[in-house]
Design a protein around this ligand. Structure first.
Ligand SMILES: Nc1nc2c(c(=O)[nH]1)N[C@H]1C(S)=C(S)[C@@H](COP(=O)(O)O)O[C@H]1N2
Ligand SMILES: [Mo]
Length: 365
């Protein structure tokens, strides 16, 4: 009796964690969440932490090690995967980005392990009632009892969301274990990021000849990388989030405070200086910020992640980093800034994403 209650308590908690986890992980699920996203994230993170404390603190007294013939190895595997999820999950929330990248893969691997374990569990061990003797060795398909059929049906239903996560999980885990698996990840790129480029290539910019052009504040000015690097810089810790779903929390970004820098060259935000338009060295990508968005987000002209120069795929030598807005605002290979009373529609805005890219602003599909 006690075992049953214990068991179903875990089923409910784990089910909640799995579903909120899939909601955070799968782009297709996330896009449905919209402004619910922070709530789902909170449930997953706090729920995971509390569950983890209970699992580690009370161990086998809290976790249902069933009385019965299969207790030791079987239940311990379940416990093993759950502890792995808790440890890697905690690693996702704290620490420098290199440990978080390990934790990301680890959490993916543990999720894979746990999902497989849970499906196996559903198929073979659904404890509708206390098992008195080991199930008879019937070959599947030969004698399909009602109970066995029910098990398979339940497992099948649970497998649908789990299976929908498998390709992405496999790609992520496989991609990190065998970097060639994902052609997108570049050595030196900050882990956790998926490097995007709408042109299909990364422009190779020589830092020695690089120029950043500033238009609209008096005569057009242009700056070398060395001049920019001599400007006062600061580090911001940013939660980087792409509108398609992935998040890299606590990214350490070094750069120049854009507003202060612009002010040095005459930016006041008065009428006629309503918009900033940003242009990429890839020749295609553009972005913009209104004066209000600028003030609200205080972006950086960023040139280092974790105090190391940006990887080519991540915008070398300089990109914009807009805190609290979806990644598409953070234009890479930034080469030109225009201050003007008007702007042009940004690359992704023209394709249906909101001008107001503040986290939570996107609720479409
Ligand atoms: N020039 C340029 N900048 C860009 C993009 C791009 O395709 N080209 N993608 C944007 C999007 S959608 C995101 S999420 C981030 C991704 O940053 P990363 O490539 O460093 O992971 O860059 C943004 N800046
Ligand atoms: Mo993105």
């Amino acid at each position: 009796m006690r075992f049953r209650w214990l068991h179903w308590r875990h089923v409910i908690i784990i089910g909640l964690l799995v579903f909120t986890g899939l909601g955070l992980f799968l782009a297709s699920w996330r896009s449905q969440l919209g402004s619910l996203f922070p709530a789902v994230q909170a449930v997953h993170e706090f729920g995971g932490i509390l569950y983890g404390i209970a699992l580690i603190g009370w161990g086998a007294r809290f976790f249902p090690m069933a009385p019965g013939p299969y207790r030791p190895t079987y239940a311990r595997w379940g416990y093993f995967w759950l502890i792995s999820l808790v440890v890697t999950g905690a690693g996702l929330l704290v620490g420098p980005s290199w440990t978080r990248s390990i934790a990301t893969v680890g959490h993916g691997m543990a999720s894979l392990g746990f999902i497989i374990w849970a499906l196996w569990h559903l198929i073979t061990r659904i404890p509708f009632r206390k098992v008195r003797k080991p199930a008879p060795e019937t070959g599947f398909g030969i004698r399909m009892s009602r109970r066995r059929f029910l098990r398979w049906a339940l497992a099948g239903a649970a497998a649908i969301p789990a299976a929908s996560a498998l390709p992405t999980l496999l790609k992520m885990v496989g991609g990190r274990l065998m970097p060639s698996f994902t052609p997108t990840s570049e050595a030196g790129a900050l882990p956790g990021f998926i490097p995007y480029t709408v042109t299909g290539t990364y422009p190779s910019i020589d830092r020695a000849t690089y120029r950043l052009t500033l238009e609209g504040l008096g005569s057009t000015k242009s700056f070398s990388f060395a001049e920019l690097a001599a400007e006062p810089s600061q580090i911001k810790i940013i939660n980087f989030q792409c509108v398609t779903g992935w998040v890299v929390p606590h990214v350490s970004v070094r750069g120049i405070d854009l507003i202060s820098w612009l002010q040095k060259y005459g930016f006041t935000g008065k009428a006629g200086q309503d918009w900033l338009t940003f242009y990429s060295g890839d020749g295609v990508y553009t972005e913009n910020l209104s004066r209000d968005e600028l003030i609200k987000t205080r972006p950086l002209l960023a040139y280092a992640f974790d105090d190391k120069p940006l990887a080519v795929s991540q915008g070398y030598p300089l990109r914009l980093l807009v805190p609290e807005m979806y990644g598409y605002k953070s234009i890479k290979w930034l080469v030109r800034i225009r201050v003007a009373p008007n702007t042009s529609v940004g690359y992704w805005e023209a394709r249906g994403y909101p001008q107001n890219a503040a986290y939570g602003s996107y609720t479409g599909i």
